[in-house]
Ligand binder design. Sequence first.
Ligand code: ADP
Length: 338
Amino acid sequence: MIFRSAYLKLTAIYVLIVMVISITFSVVLYRISSSELNRGLGRQGEVLRNLPPPEFFPQSRVAIENTRIAQLEESNNHLRTNLIYFNILIFFVSGTLSYFLARRTLKPIEEMVDIQNRFTADASHELRTPLTAMKTEIEVSLRDKKLNISDAKKLLGSNLEEIGKLETLSNELLTLAKYQDIESLPFEKVNLKAVVEESLGKVEALARNKGIKFDSALSKVETKANKQSLVELVTILLENAIKYSPKNSKIAIATETRDKHAYIGVQDWGIGIKEADLPFIFNRFYRADISRSKEVMEGYGLGLSIAKKIVEKHHGKIEVESKPDQGSTFTVVLPIAS
Ligand code: ADP
């Protein structure tokens, strides 16, 4: 609705500009043409006046003069009418073209606003869920006259868990906003082996809790990159691999150089992703159907969109191959340092 009126306003502005140009052009054209005709008439009058007076029909000179004046008037009227028709035509043609042009101009802005609105709605929804859970628990506890210390501690524990979720969500939202706002990241020479080793350190405890072992094949690969964002990227992929893998399983991670590109691969043998979900997993807040898994998988569907943003900032690409119940392989391809 907002955009409908914006289309119309922009159309009106375009039409106004075209009409001002067209009318100015027509007025100038009319002035020049009619003064040319006047000059022609003046010259003809001069010639007629210098002719010897006719012996018969002396009134014929006056008649010729009048006819010429009438013709001049007629030509001027013709010119004026044609210019008016021309301007009416220009008005309709420019109106139609301007509307399409306005739509084309505003379309990307409309799409951006749509994405922003959807994002705000999704974020609000995700924020509301833990808040509602906390509010309900507190209200129920306050109504309970027999609430004892142990119940109160349980309530605080549960609230703390919800606060933890809110903290995770706001951190992920802030990270995403950071990568969206920033034009380019400061780059330095980075060894991908060191990046992966730092990320492995960050997820060590998580993997240990699930009895997951890493199978690493790390070659020294140098690339121009922002080290901290790459650590963040690999950590996201490793955390997902751990989250969506069964207990006591294995995760393979490798870095290598191939065809003048740097590769980071993370492979798991977890629940995998259905083909229908694959095109969407990098979208913000998208979570594939995980009802196949018995565990409740915590998450907000923001990790992979952050990963994608980081890869884009490095002019690289991220690809995924996955089969349900067989596992997933995420591959990051980056340009190599020259
Ligand atoms: P989430 O917080 O839900 O993990 P992500 O953006 O990191 O959000 O991932 C989006 C979705 O992609 C996940 O909800 C999950 O369904 C799917 N996914 C990502 N990584 C894996 C993986 N290694 N194995 C299976 N599914 C995955």
